[in-house]
Design a protein around this ligand. Structure first.
Ligand code: GDP
Length: 600
């Protein structure tokens, strides 16, 4: 597109595509509604038009809304195309040739709330995609003592405020500028910015009172005109290129594609190539659909059929075989090119969206290619391996795949912005696969990591429960209650935990001689299953006779199988109490005097 020399007389400047991002509840939707809703009646302004997935605001309308801030004679860009679905989720979905589909973005920040997790996530995405953006510091009308100036530019609005209100707002705006700087961006009040490529402009606005909206539009237009004019020069008659927003079932049309076209033209009858779940789909456009204007809402049909659509625009494409098309995938009109070249182009773009899968790991499902890629990046950072990653709702097959994971912590499906198909619900209930769902990536991953931590803790506890634990105890003097069958003696537990049914050994030199098995513990006349170090209890031992194998004052130990001793020493030493650890090292020392490698 930048090769201007080769472009023909059909070169036209297209509308820049604008996306709105920011933390939940900071006012993205309200801001968009304000821009879309403030249709200017009368005058010569062209109407704001509703596209599929986007709203087009022509230059003269922008100019009417922005007043003195936008003089239409200064611009040759035709207006602005706002993507209707706000949020960085849709933003990262909307890609074009490896970059962001949106040419420019508005990052909405609530002046009271400042930077929140999704604000930062959005900035990361903007940074990664190199998308120019401005900050809309929203909800300025909530400043204490604010005197609202409906629809006015910010300068005028400022002038109407008390000194106190003004400095209150400035304080909040400086906080935002400070947070921008922490994220590595130099920013300032937009009217002080000389070079918008070096400094991010902060525009104070209110989506409630429309104050500052003229400024916002003015800055968007100015920025686009100044820095993006070259990119906006397209061969409008050339073959169309776009990105799938959504794959939708539409009555009477079957599976259709909601597409944002960013280059060229698409016509009815065109052969197109679309990125599909398995392979590129080659098909022919049956119909191009646009929403009916509100005035015609009473007609049965929701769409108008059109013969051609030129970039930039949102359009619904009806064509056969679109069931396997993927949201976020590229769409290309073939026109007079070699179809294999176009297929290769689509394949190359899909290959660009890289998700590395491994032999073992979790299953990831996401609603679009872009979000799938974002999930994969985040999981890689969290060092979570991926067994399979796909676009689409959760189907029975996903559960089958997840259940083949070896590790229990990987028998998991992470679903981002997807549903569970009804025929998969039952299967999920009856499987050992666990599903995590969220529409915020970092929350989804946090939830999963918490689950893994919890699982590891539980595993460790079960291991500890099933492992023989070291214990040293001593037969008390004058506490022999029965000689044998079983021997019953009073003991003091010196370290560790004494548990019933364990084998008992006594050291003879460096040999642990088994003397019998514990068959009962009584503490103050009550049967108990275990007692901790420091307790004095009476125990029954099957096997020995007091005065022969054991005697008053003898030190006895619970017999530790070598394997258990090894697990205790190598894996669980941080999880057992100090006195038990002491018993363990005493036990190991004795064995190792005879065999240095015992328990290693
Ligand atoms: P989103 O989640 O970012 O799309 O936020 P919304 O547009 O849904 O706004 C969240 C809430 O903030 C809603 O209750 C809006 O009415 C309110 N809101 C949005 N912008 C403004 C504003 O400029 N001033 C005030 N006072 N409230 C606002």
């Amino acid at each position: 597109m930048s090769d201007t020399d080769s472009q023909t007389h059909t070169d036209t400047l297209r509308t820049p595509i604008v996306a709105v991002l920011g933390h939940v509840d900071h006012g993205k939707t309200s801001l968009l509604d304000k821009v879309r809703g403030s249709d200017v009646t009368g005058g010569e302004a062209g109407a704001i038009t509703q596209h599929i997935g986007a709203t087009a605001v022509p230059l003269d309308t922008v100019s009417q809304m922005a007043g003195a801030l936008v003089n239409p004679d200064d611009f040759d860009l035709p207006g602005l195309l706002f993507i209707d679905t706000p949020g960085h989720h849709s933003f990262s979905t909307l890609r074009s040739r490896g970059g962001a589909l949106a040419d420019i973005a508005i990052l909405v920040v609530d002046v009271n709330d400042g930077f929140q997790p999704q604000t930062k996530e959005a900035i990361d995405i903007l940074k990664r995609t190199g998308t120019p953006f401005i900050v809309a510091a929203n909800k300025i009308d909530t400043t204490p003592g604010w005197n609202p100036q409906e629809g006015e530019p910010i300068q005028k609005s400022y002038e109407a405020q008390s000194q106190r209100a003004r400095s209150k707002l400035d304080e909040k705006l400086y906080e935002i500028i400070g947070e921008m700087s922490e994220m590595g961006f130099s920013s300032d009040f937009y009217w002080r910015v000389q070079n918008f490529q070096k400094n991010i402009g902060v525009v104070p606005v209110s989506a409630l009172t429309s104050e500052g909206i003229p400024d916002l539009l003015g800055v968007l237009m100015g920025l686009s005109q100044r820095y993006m004019k070259d990119e906006m020069a397209i061969d409008v008659a050339g073959p169309g290129a776009g990105t799938v927003l959504e794959v939708k079932e539409e009555r009477g049309f079957g599976a259709t594609l909601d597409v944002v076209l960013y280059d060229g033209t698409i016509r009815k009858g065109d052969t197109i190539v679309v990125g599909g779940a398995n392979e590129p789909i080659v098909t022919e456009v049956r119909a191009l659909l646009q929403p009916r204007p509100n005035a015609e809402i009473r007609t049965e049909k929701r769409f108008n059929k059109v013969d051609e659509v030129a970039a930039a625009a949102g359009v619904k494409i009806a064509a056969p075989d679109l069931e396997n098309a993927m949201a976020g995938a590229p769409v290309r009109v073939v026109r007079d090119r070699d179809i294999d070249d176009v297929i290769a182009e689509v394949q190359a773009e899909l290959a660009d969206i890289e998700v590395t899968t491994e032999e073992e790991g979790v299953v990831v499902k996401a609603d679009t290619l872009g979000s799938l890629e974002a999930m994969a990046n985040a999981l890689q950072e969290a060092e979570v391996p991926i067994l399979r990653a796909e676009v689409g709702d959760i189907a029975p097959r996903d559960i089958a795949v997840a259940s083949t994971a070896r590790e229990p912590e990987h028998k998991v499906i992470l679903g981002f912005n997807v549903d569970v198909l009804s025929n998969a619900e039952d299967e999920l209930d009856h499987s050992d696969v666990k599903l995590f769902e969220d529409d915020v990536i970092y929350q989804l991953i946090d939830e999963y990591e918490e689950f893994v931590d919890e699982m590891k803790r539980a595993q460790q506890e079960t291991i500890l429960d099933n492992i023989v634990r070291p214990c040293r105890f001593r037969i008390l003097k004058d506490h022999v209650f029965r000689q044998n069958n079983p021997a019953v003696v009073g003991v003091e537990v010196m370290s560790g935990t004494l548990k019933n049914n364990m084998n008992v050994v006594k050291w003879e030199g460096n040999d642990a001689k088994r003397v019998g098995q514990l068959s009962g513990i009584q503490e103050q006349g009550e049967d108990v299953s275990s007692v901790r170090a420091g307790s004095r209890v009476s125990v029954a031992i099957d096997g020995p006779t007091v005065g022969r194998q054991i005697g008053e004052g003898d030190e006895l130990w619970i017999e530790l199988p070598e394997k258990h001793a090894k697990i205790l020493e190598q894996e669980l030493r941080d999880d057992i109490p100090t006195d038990e650890l002491e018993a363990l090292s005493g036990y190991l020392d004795k064995h190792r005097r005879r065999d240095p490698f015992w328990g290693k």
